[in-house]
Design a protein around this ligand. Sequence first.
Ligand code: AMP
Ligand code: MG
Length: 494
Amino acid sequence: MTVTEIPFNNSYAHLPSRFFEHQNPDPVACPELIRLNSSLCETLALDAASLASRFGADIFSGNIVPSGAEPIALAYAGHQFGGWTPKLGDGRAVLLGEIVGIDGVRRDIQLKGSGRTPFSRRGDGRAALGPILREYIVSEAMHALGVPTTRALAGVTTGQDVLREGNLPGAILTRVAQSHVRIGTFEYFAARRDSDAVRILADYIIDRHYPDAKCADRPYLGLLNAVIERQAKLIVKWFQFGFIHGVMNTDNTSVVGETIDYGPCAFMDTYHPQAVFSSIDHMGRYAFGNQSSIMQWNLAQFAQCLLPLLDPDPETAAELAQTEIDVYPRKFETALNAAMCAKLGLKSVRDEDLVLGLDLLECMAAGKMDFTNTFRNLANIIHTDSLERFEVKDLFNNSSSFNQWVERWQARLTEEARSPEKCATEMRQANPEVIPRNHLVEAAIRAAEDEGNFDLFNNLVDEVVRPFETREGGSYYIRPPSPDEVVHNTYCGT
Ligand code: AMP
Ligand code: MG
């Protein structure tokens, strides 16, 4: 297969014309491939060898539009930090088209940073190298952790600077997603009282992503229910690994429950429920511990858009929607309890186990403990793996509250009468050793931006895609940042 034969099979581009604007990517001066994701190429049935060549750099920069691509910029709106913006849309991205992978899943192929579109407002349509590298690293780490997410297929430098605080090297990410439809896409049409468009969009999403909803008595209510379910599970996954999205606006909330739009995101080092990294989140709206209630708020905006489809009687429609939204906290808690049980090595899940997990978090907050290393090293208490380097009790300075918690936990474990070795092994599958720590991401970005050196970036990607493996030797990827390495703020890509 030559590279110009990417097997596009597009559907969104055939929706009514008010859903998007036709927009080709703007060619760039001197595209160079930074990295190609060959395992994702395999899933998409793309020829990695030809894409790793000059052709790949041309395709992933937008300099060549492959045949079968129908580049479009999608229309959407959104609530940003709670405030309503009626028109956002892809201001610096184009959807090239869709590919059905070897797994039968249809995925969007999008270029991010590909130039101005009719939605660009005052923006330049471009992206700086740093945020592109961050999205590549973090989204691939999330995938390896088992968190639903958009993926990174390729990164290229453009050979052109972008003007931000100063001049920065420009780059483009080829992003792969099951969908780029956001809650804000529904809001865009609902706010225009275009109920035909809302219905067309809902039917499209049901057909493509939630076919089971078609069998429900009320398919659109089935859709709402299924989206709520997926989002509750997604936020639990973020919780499980200490991930903070940073900009949970409704335009950054996918209707298929994938993590999307990595901006000033971060994995926590030291655990604190109110941890915030985003430089633009002054009020802590999107703090770690707020993510679940913010998602419920976002889902309420989604439900609002669907009201005219739920029932001809507005009161009945509102009641039906409210009932679904009210169930969200219970769905979240149930999924959280199951996730915490896995992290604690508990096979059976009992309602009261959630308190055990939450009490550990309280201990961790009081002791300013490292989120990832604490959970990873809990397994050593029940079964020591000679390769593990930290004694978790030492991490806690042998604090009495932690020791008391360990006693409760061990009493609970005893009730399951499982082999400690097996239990510890399973815990190491639930608690990663390596996450993309902020200081590692920053170091990779600095080397790339300042010296054009991508070694740290490439090494970091190679490590974060194997998060659960126990490392021998060097602890560069495991140790928390020293005080002078701590990253306090992360910045948007804009
Ligand atoms: P984001 O912060 O990436 O979620 O983007 C919010 C909105 O701003 C979206 O409509 C983007 O398309 C738009 N946007 C962000 N950066 C740029 C840029 N450099 N040029 C044009 N539009 C942008
Ligand atoms: Mg966005």
